[in-house]
Design a protein around this ligand. Structure first.
Ligand SMILES: [Mg+2]
Length: 234
């Protein structure tokens, strides 16, 4: 049976499901800046942009493909007040309470900046769980956009492993995007949970990879894994 020493969550669209109005607002903000920078009409850019997004599932990657600095997309994303669209989610709070009760260390890895990230987590009702250190009863570690000023691709996952201080196959990475979250995490040898996917729960034969209808299902997954008891504090 696979063992678990850490569960690491992506934040955006993983801990909450994006409301339709919010998604439109994010895309509109991206179109507006990209069209202006490239000096082409927005209507022309939109189709190309959407096609690229479908392929890369990442605004930073689309910006790079368009010859624009990928970090600009991160800035725009961070400028959208996503927290404004979020409400307290008791089931999510339940999941974190459960993980903490089981004494499984947990962390977050996101491209968003720390201030907006904490605001989102607070709005979701996770105030009690968003302490920045494990000693305070919160995250084992927090990796936010500040840690990746230029990084694009899978280098961030090396930092996750480095910070976790455990072997990758004992880390469960929870994310919403196949190309950006799940595949790179798998490549690094981590366990993965791909959340908010249509259809029933799917478990890989080696029980390392999960496709889940929602993020709450992570609760049952961590219950099914054997917890690695840490012998020394990091
Ligand atoms: Mg995400």
């Amino acid at each position: 049976m696979p063992k678990i020493a850490l569960v690491c969550f992506d934040v955006d669209n993983t801990l909450f499901k994006e409301k339709p109005g919010l998604e439109a607002q994010i895309f509109n903000a991206m179109y507006a800046v990209a069209a202006k920078k490239l000096d082409i009409p927005r209507a022309l850019l939109k189709d190309e942009y959407n096609k690229l997004y479908e392929e890369f599932e990442s605004h930073s990657r689309v910006f790079k493909e368009l010859g624009l600095p990928p970090e600009l997309a991160k800035e725009i994303y961070d400028g959208v007040d996503i927290a404004h669209y979020l409400d307290k989610d008791p089931e999510l709070v339940n999941l974190f309470a459960h993980v903490r009760e089981k004494r499984i260390p947990y962390s977050i890895y996101t491209n968003s900046k720390v201030t907006s990230t904490l605001r989102k987590l607070g709005k979701l009702g996770l105030g009690e769980y968003v302490k920045l250190t494990e000693q305070e009863g919160g995250f084992a570690f927090v990796l936010t956009g500040e840690a990746f000023p230029k990084a694009i691709g899978s280098t961030g996952f090396d930092k996750v492993i480095e910070n976790a201080g455990v072997s990758p196959e004992q880390i469960l990475f929870v994310g919403d995007r196949k190309k950006v979250d799940i595949l790179p995490a798998r490549e690094k040898g981590m366990m993965t949970a791909h959340v908010w996917q249509p259809g029933p729960r799917v478990v890989s034969e080696d029980r390392m990879h999960y496709t889940l209808p929602d993020v709450y299902s992570v609760k049952a997954i961590v219950d099914s894994l054997e917890l690695v008891v840490r012998t020394s504090a990091r």
